[in-house]
Design a binder for this molecule. Structure first.
Ligand code: ATP
Ligand code: MG
Length: 417
């Protein structure tokens, strides 16, 4: 037997309904927010991710699925959706459409990580990216989109944590302060942090090593280093959130693991999923489009981890509904299979889901199978029924029967479903 690769999962027929349910709700919310779907390829040139996410981040330095294709190009399976969408925005001159432009996607993403509950090597994200958006009203709109998306899935007890990581200018001063602080602790920190200290000291704040984490807790806080414009942006967003009624808390520990963020960063977190508690993360990235060759463009976006959202939905008892079959046509003897299939075919054309026996099993086995398919009704077809054109429709939930003509089955069933 050949097994599934480590860190990947099949979505089995018995589980796909949950995904479809969640995806349907999310597409519904996206439409309410005037967001349009964008689809980009599963792989991109490696350079795109190195340049945008940053080569000192965990994602780029440790987690990417990178390979050389037969043409000698370095290709990477997308580890996230923001950079590919930004690439497409620049390449297709989407700025010539009226701005702001709101996009969304449901994608698979790939990261070489240690698999555990809520952490896979192929996982899925629902994400949104808004372009041409420098005003804090768009930060609010984006956070509110994320909030409504989580609510549409029926999720509860998720806290919004907010921070600002400023712009390149305030970050320069902040990074100096960080270096000053970490200089005294370097010998207690991990090798990666010591290496990153000189090149990208901000990354020392999201090291997962417990020792480094403890030291990072005492580090200076970026909110104290914001320039006037970044401070005003942050304050305005806080006051907008206050009046919107979306509860939040300021958490200076939120820096996000990707380099492209500027100003607003946020996470929606739960206590109910253990270490993998971040269900959704996002923020503003005003320098990204320019860094990959476009015009300076204010942008804000988020990505929700679908597996984590679904795990939480299950934990919180969300009702996903169930796949059901409207009618199962029971064949009294194997020779009648052709007649039963003709009836089923008419039912399907009339918009009623239907199936019948094709393997010659006993009536008892067919009733059992109909139950397993969650059929609402069963119709038994024998010689008498075919001759008279009259059948009995049996409701499987309580056994109640009703008589009607073969050609009326679809209408009768539709009345009751
Ligand atoms: P974490 O800190 O848990 O590694 P992250 O900061 O790397 O998350 P992002 O890059 O912000 O994650 O991705 C957005 C969301 O995608 C996360 O909040 C999470 O829900 C989900 N996600 C990220 N990596 C994985 C993974 N390997 N498996 C499953 N879901 C993931
Ligand atoms: Mg990660």
């Amino acid at each position: 037997m050949i097994n599934i690769p480590k860190g990947t999962k099949d979505v089995l027929p018995s589980e796909s309904r949950k995904w479809q349910y969640a995806e349907g709700k999310l597409r519904g919310v996206a439409a309410l927010y005037n967001a349009h779907e964008i689809r980009t390829p599963t792989f991109e040139h490696t350079e795109l991710f190195v340049r945008s996410i940053g080569d000192e981040t965990d994602v780029v330095s440790k987690e990417m699925y990178t390979f050389e294709d037969k043409g000698g190009r370095s290709i990477t399976l997308r580890p996230e959706g923001t950079a590919p969408v930004a690439r497409s925005y620049v390449e297709n001159s989407l700025d010539s459409m009226s701005l702001p432009l709101k996009t969304y996607y449901i994608i698979s993403a790939f990261r070489y990580e240690r698999p555990q509950a809520g952490r896979l090597r192929e996982f899925h994200q629902f994400g949104a990216e808004v372009y041409g958006a420098t005003s804090p009203y768009l930060d609010l709109d984006c956070i509110s989109f994320a909030y409504d998306a989580l609510r549409a899935l029926g999720l509860k007890n998720i806290r919004l944590k907010l921070n600002s990581i400023g712009c390149a200018e305030c970050r320069k001063k902040y990074v100096d302060a960080l270096r000053g602080y970490f200089a005294g602790h370097l010998d207690e920190m991990c090798a990666t942090c010591r290496e990153r200290y000189g090149r990208n000291a901000l990354r020392l704040l999201d090291c997962k090593n417990p020792e480094c984490k403890k030291i990072a807790e005492g580090a200076p806080v970026i909110l104290d280093y914001l320039c006037d414009d970044c401070r005003a942006h942050h304050d305005k967003l806080c006051s907008l959130l206050d009046s919107s009624g979306i509860p939040y808390e300021i958490d200076p520990g939120i820096v996000r693991g990707l380099d492209y963020y500027t100003r607003t960063v946020f996470e929606f977190v739960t206590e109910e999923l253990g270490a993998q508690g971040t269900v959704l993360g996002g923020g503003r990235y005003d320098d990204l489009v320019e860094s990959i060759g476009g015009k300076p463009t204010g942008c804000v976006g988020f990505a929700m981890g679908m597996e984590r959202a679904l795990m939480l939905m299950e934990k919180q008892g969300v009702d996903f509904g169930e796949d059901r079959l409207d009618v199962f046509v029971i064949s009294q003897s194997p020779e009648l299979a052709g007649d039963c299939m003709a009836i089923v075919s008419d039912l399907r054309r009339a918009g009623v889901s239907a199936d019948t026996e094709m393997t010659g099993r006993s009536m008892k086995a067919q009733f059992k199978y109909a139950d397993k398919q969650r059929a609402r009704f069963a119709v038994v077809i024998g010689g008498n029924e075919l001759e008279s054109g009259r059948v009995k429709i049996k409701r499987l939930s309580d056994g109640k029967e009703e008589e009607c003509g073969i050609s009326e089955i679809a209408a009768r069933v539709k009345e009751t479903i």
